[in-house]
Design a protein around this ligand. Structure first.
Ligand SMILES: [Zn+2]
Length: 476
């Protein structure tokens, strides 16, 4: 082979990194991005990809998803690839609540087998530590497997998911000692159960009673508590899916201390409000609940002011029929109790479009900041950078070409997952991914999947690189 032969030259695009936007050609050879030092000649390239008029972005790293329901890793990763995502980090938990024996590490080994056979995208893994997990045994075992991030629920005690505080402290201590990172779903589950009981007793089980049963103070309280535990144990902490505007104050308080505190929000908390719950009932049931317009704006300000570090999808992949499989009989306008409906939504494929349209097109954040929060920072926080999340020489050639002028309407029909509804149905946006490349292979181009499943690599988190300050990380 001629040393001057690139596999691809992506020519004439505007290349967006966290550090800024430049017009340059991107050279791809043997799965990696190569230095554009004049060595690679267009005449010898396998293919020239004309990127004039489009942005060249690092592939999106979606650090929050649950492909364990109707959509498993196969269809979830396919859908994600169409949305410009190239790396996914699913959450895996033990399944004793469903009567399936085995530890979380057993479940992760099973998931790795499934993903090796069926995933379209490279993946790392977060472990969920549930209340019945033996953290002393599991944390070291998981670390040895390259699983370095441990999510704990501060809510859902009656679903058998909540991690008691004293064991959360122990898990944080173990993770901190070994270069790991804790993650929390910050809501006070005891208070939620109390309020839900009172609502049910009063016969208030309609959709309008959902948000009042999960008030913002419970998110704020739990986040303060988790950040306090992080400070006590010295464990880096990542708070998932921020939704309430007061969470910015929590970040401001703890970023002044010794805590390495990272925060995520999601497209639903950036663009949807409780009106979606009132309009669509069970389909819009997520935890934390959709809140108000001022909360959306606070999330954007948190992103632009470098207090919120990432945007992720929290994809759950339920079908309509699974959201309300009680009196609703699959219909969200039925009369079942909202408290019996399933949690979760599915919009990984639409995430970049929503974030770009609402963020960049509307002037709330810059495109380089979008690249920081959707590509660089999730890779940095979870020990995958600079292999992932970067367009610099030596990085994996994981690339999304994005047409900023493409006007289109989001719909469940247009998504490639099994899940058959989205709260962004009918939303008009400008901007669309048009080509997704991973490790130098074109996976999706012009709406067509070009690669077979089962091509993914497992990405062990590098604990020496994890949890270092993300781009733009602000210490107050
Ligand atoms: Zn989640």
């Amino acid at each position: 082979m001629n040393d001057r032969s690139a596999d691809y030259i992506i020519r004439g695009g505007l290349v967006a990194r966290g550090s800024g936007i430049t017009r340059e050609d991107i050279i791809v050879k043997d799965g990696k991005i190569r230095a554009n030092d004049g060595r690679y000649r267009e005449a010898d390239a396998g293919r020239i990809i004309d990127a004039s008029g489009v942005y060249v972005l690092p592939g999106i790293v979606d650090a929050h998803n649950h492909p364990v329901y109707a959509d498993r890793i196969e269809t979830f990763s396919m859908s994600a690839a169409f949305g410009g995502i190239t790396t996914v980090i699913p959450f895996i938990a033990n399944r004793r609540r469903e009567g399936v024996e085995g530890t979380v590490s057993d479940m992760i080994r099973e998931f790795q087998d499934e993903a090796a056979a069926t995933s379209y995208l490279d993946y790392a893994i977060h472990a969920i530590l549930l209340g019945d997990d033996d953290v002393d045994e599991q944390v070291p075992e998981l670390m040895d497997m390259g699983v370095i991030s441990f999510k704990m629920y501060m809510t859902y005690p009656r679903r058998g998911m909540m991690m008691p505080d004293e064991r959360m402290l122990r898990a944080m201590e173990l993770a901190a000692a070994d270069g790991g990172i804790a993650m929390v779903h910050a809501e006070n589950g005891y208070c939620i159960d109390y309020l839900v009981d009172r609502a049910i007793e009063a016969g208030n089980t309609g959709r309008e009673h959902y948000a009042p049963s999960q008030p913002r103070i419970l998110e704020i309280e739990a986040a303060n508590r988790a950040a306090t535990y992080a400070q006590v144990t010295g464990c880096p902490l990542y708070i998932v899916h921020l939704s309430a505007r007061e969470m910015i104050g929590v970040l401001e308080r703890f970023r002044g201390g010794d805590v390495r505190l990272f925060a995520e929000t999601c497209p639903q908390y950036l663009d949807l409000t409780n009106k979606a719950m009132l309009d669509f009932g069970a389909l819009a049931k997520i935890g934390p609940p959709l809140r108000e317009r001022e909360d959306n704006e606070a999330m954007w300000r948190g992103l632009s002011s470098h207090l919120i570090d990432t945007i992720a999808s929290d994809f759950c992949g339920h079908k309509r029929s699974q959201k309300g499989s009680y009196d609703f009989e699959g219909e969200p306008d039925g009369e079942g109790s909202i408290f019996d409906a399933t949690f979760g939504g599915n919009w990984a494929e639409q995430m970049l479009c929503v974030a770009y349209h609402e963020g960049v097109n509307k002037g709330r954040i810059t495109l380089p900041r979008l690249v920081q929060v959707m590509c660089e920072n999730p890779a940095k926080i979870f020990g995958l950078y600079p292999q992932k999340g970067s367009l610099d020489p030596g990085a994996d050639a994981d690339i999304a070409l994005f047409d900023p002028a493409a006007r289109h309407t989001l719909s469940a029909e247009a998504q490639h997952c099994v899940a058959d509804f989205t709260m962004f149905e009918g939303k008009e946006v400008i901007g669309q991914p048009v080509l997704t490349m991973q490790r130098g292979e074109i996976i999706v181009e012009n709406g067509v999947m070009h690669r077979p499943k089962g091509r993914a690599n497992y990405l062990p988190g590098n604990r020496d690189l994890a949890a270092y300050a993300p781009a733009g990380y602000k210490v107050l």
